[in-house]
Design a protein around this ligand. Structure first.
Ligand SMILES: Cc1ncc(COP(=O)(O)O)c(C=O)c1O
Length: 460
């Protein structure tokens, strides 16, 4: 196998094909889960589905219903479910050796080199990679520690609407107050600045950027700015959970300049937006701005293995041996899978594909927006797309998005939600989604929008 089959050979051929859902086996699994699993389980509350099988951009549930997957395990399965090129290496490695802490393996060194090959200009050839634990939150913790260790500071600037994870440091820089409210105090010196969101802030793109940067500058430079010992700025180049908020031009460069002027690190969280999702390797590549450190996870594990990494400029490589630790410093099978996934994206030119298909999806959504005033904004890059819905008064409407998600599910398409009020329909399909599958899926999504917005109008 060179780099596996072409993308049109990866999927279940019958997708979408759903009967009345959820079917009996699914219902029984959901009931059992409710009985024995944690109350913290969340996703089945949105879509009552139990997965059995996946292929490419399609999945099958326990009753044999087949769906087109437009959420990819929240941006994990960039090269699709059970990609054969990735799985070949997974099986080979799993039979040989799985866990090596941080002893060298070919798999480890190969992935570090691969990550350097696709690193943003400015990090490429000058970077180190630390694998400090399996989740995205672990990578965030590493980037916070790295910032503190290298600057001697302890304060962090993050952004409203941000999501960075569920561990203490990652929650500290996350914006969602309800999510972290029971666990305060968290890290003490964290300040959240506004993220430029022209649509919600009712500003021009330039004014939204100027406003956000002026706030960050004041926090760093105003003698009464409030943050005594800043160490770093941490930002999603496109906010994911916050609603696929895509900052206008100039924001990331402005942060780069402020970080340089004030000797603090600039950390880009590319956990959801990276590894080809936006039609570039990293969302920040669109702005041509390099961070001092960058976090990656989700799609890094190739086909769903838990693996995260923090890539950082070699000037920050000041830790001594063992200064950042963890038992799982890189899952060897996940590393093989990650390298294979990157190769698959390269060999099948999936960055260009993501850009083209993303434009097609945005066009279809814009056509749908012509017929309703409830679809207020469509934004994003590549296959990282958000559609923001509002009620008759222009306020965020999460109910209509829930209705769209449910209608899509019942018609064989899985989409997810995002946004501070759950009012953004979020598309993050596997990059291997074909044009044909996208067309079929968008027919369903457009019907769902029509159905849900009409229903909302009637009940208003
Ligand atoms: C941008 C971003 N950062 C960090 C995280 C946390 O990653 P994990 O859930 O693997 O800890 C997420 C998860 O959704 C994310 O979207």
């Amino acid at each position: 196998m060179t780099a596996g089959p072409p993308i049109d050979e990866l999927h279940f051929e019958d997708a979408p094909n759903v009967d009345s859902v959820p079917g009996p086996k699914t219902r029984s699994l959901l009931e059992k889960q409710e009985e024995i699993d944690s109350n913290a389980v969340a996703y089945p509350g949105d879509i009552p589905i139990a997965f059995e099988d996946g292929k490419g951009a399609t999945v099958r549930d326990a009753d044999g219903n087949t769906y087109i997957d437009l959420f990819a395990g929240i941006g994990v399965l960039n090269v699709g479910h059970a990609n054969p090129y990735v799985l070949e290496a997974v099986h080979e490695q799993a039979d040989k050796f799985v866990h090596t802490v941080d002893f060298p393996t070919e798999a480890r060194l190969e992935l570090i080199e691969k990550l350097d090959e696709i690193a943003p200009d400015g990090l490429q050839g000058n970077q180190k990679v630390v694998f400090g634990g399996p989740t995205g939150s672990d990578a965030i913790e590493a980037s916070i520690k790295l910032s503190k260790y290298n600057t001697g500071g302890d304060g962090l600037i993050a952004f409203r609407g941000a999501y960075h994870g569920a561990t203490t440091g990652a929650m500290s820089v996350t914006g969602n107050k309800e999510f972290k409210g029971h666990y305060t105090p968290l890290l003490s010196d964290v300040v959240h600045a506004p993220y430029p969101h022209p649509f919600r802030q009712d500003k021009t793109p330039e004014a939204a950027v100027d406003h956000a940067l002026a706030e960050v500058q004041a926090i760093l430079e105003d003698p009464y700015g409030g943050l005594a010992n800043p160490a770093g700025i941490i930002v999603e180049p496109i906010q994911g959970e916050g609603g696929i908020v895509t900052p206008p031009e100039g924001f990331l460069q402005g942060l780069r300049d402020l970080a340089d002027d004030n000797d603090v690190t600039l950390v880009f969280d590319e956990i959801q937006s990276g590894l080809g999702r936006t039609g570039q390797w990293w969302a920040s590549d669109w702005a041509g701005v390099a961070p001092d450190a960058m976090t990656s996870a989700k799609a890094l594990g190739g086909t769903g293995f838990p693996l995260s990494a923090t890539m950082y400029h070699e000037d920050l490589d000041t830790w001594g041996s063992g200064d950042h630790a963890g038992t799982y410093r890189g899952h060897v099978v996940g590393m093989r899978a990650g390298t294979r996934a990157i190769e698959y994206i390269q060999e099948h030119d999936l960055l260009a594909h993501a850009r083209d298909l993303g434009e097609y999806i945005q066009d279809r959504l814009r056509e749908a927006a012509d017929d309703t005033d409830r679809l207020a904004e469509i934004r994003g890059k590549g296959l990282f797309i958000g559609a923001e819905f509002v009620d008759e008064d222009g306020k965020q409407d999460g109910d209509v998005v829930d209705e769209i998600q449910q209608y899509c599910f019942e018609h064989g398409v899985l989409v997810w939600t995002a946004g501070r009020h759950g009012n953004v329909l979020r598309f993050l399909p596997p990059l291997v989604l074909t044009h044909e599958l996208a067309e079929t899926a968008l027919d369903v999504v457009v019907d769902a929008i029509e159905h849900a917005t009409e229903e909302a109008k009637q009940t208003a």
